[in-house]
Design a protein around this ligand. Structure first.
Ligand SMILES: *Cc1c(COP(=O)(O)O)cnc(C)c1O
Length: 221
């Protein structure tokens, strides 16, 4: 794997698409992240709080750190002082905790709501009905130290490209529907985080604004 070449490849690939690259560096050593950084990459995604915090302390301060993995309430506190975007908010409880910690840190923390779009049992996220209920409850409006910037989803891990496309389309449709609602000031449908090494090309075609790429940049884990 030549990390520099891979970063250049994706930068060219995403040129003029309106989609940005999140380099998913989980399990990779800091030297590899440094190599991607030197190639110009500034957005890194991690799925474990401990690892994200440790890497953040060793790398340059102009990196945007994105949390992309399942987030437990008791770990929120460690992230909130510096995290740029949390992709993986999957409950109102976590959102409330992010808001509480953000207030203490005098920050507004950007979040995406993770939506369950796959046909697999194990994936986290709101389903469409839960998300609509949450919005209609009006409960998000009072959380004034967070900003909900959009949605995140993961397609089924399958070779079936039609299925993957259908799942991404369903996320885009939901996104468009939400964007048409009368959303509170701390919500804006701006980002759709979808697409990984296996399926990013389909995701970009279907309107992704953030692809999360690990293996195709850093090699296998
Ligand atoms: C690991 C991970 C990725 C990146 O997966 P690759 O197949 O290595 O590109 C993207 N999103 C999430 C949520 C992940 O956990």
């Amino acid at each position: 794997m030549n990390i520099t070449n891979n970063i250049t490849f994706f930068r060219n690939k995403l040129l003029n698409t309106g989609c940005r690259l999140v380099a998913v560096s989980k399990t990779q050593p800091v030297e590899k992240l440094k190599e991607a950084y030197d190639a110009g990459q500034r957005i890194f995604g991690e799925n474990k709080v401990q690892e994200l915090v440790a890497k953040q302390s060793e790398l340059p301060s102009d990196i945007e750190w994105h949390m992309i993995g399942h987030l437990q309430t008791n770990k929120v506190k460690q992230l909130v002082p510096f995290v740029s975007l949390i992709h993986s908010v999957d409950s109102f409880k976590v959102l409330e905790e992010i808001n509480k910690q953000a207030k203490k840190n005098n920050r507004i923390v950007n979040c995406l709501l993770q939506v369950y779009i796959a046909k697999e049992e194990t994936k986290f996220g709101f389903d469409e009905a839960e998300l609509m209920d949450l919005l209609q409850s009006g409960k998000i409006a009072s959380l004034n130290s967070i900003k909900v910037c959009g949605l995140m989803g993961m397609a089924t891990f399958t070779e079936n490209k039609d299925q993957v496309r259908t799942e991404f389309k369903s996320l885009k449709t939901l996104f468009t529907r939400l964007a048409q609602l009368n959303l509170p000031p701390n919500m804006e449908m701006k980002e759709i985080s979808m697409g990984m090494s296996q399926d990013y090309d389909i995701a970009v075609e279907e309107g992704s604004t953030l692809v999360r790429i690990g293996t195709s940049i850093f090699g296998s884990r």
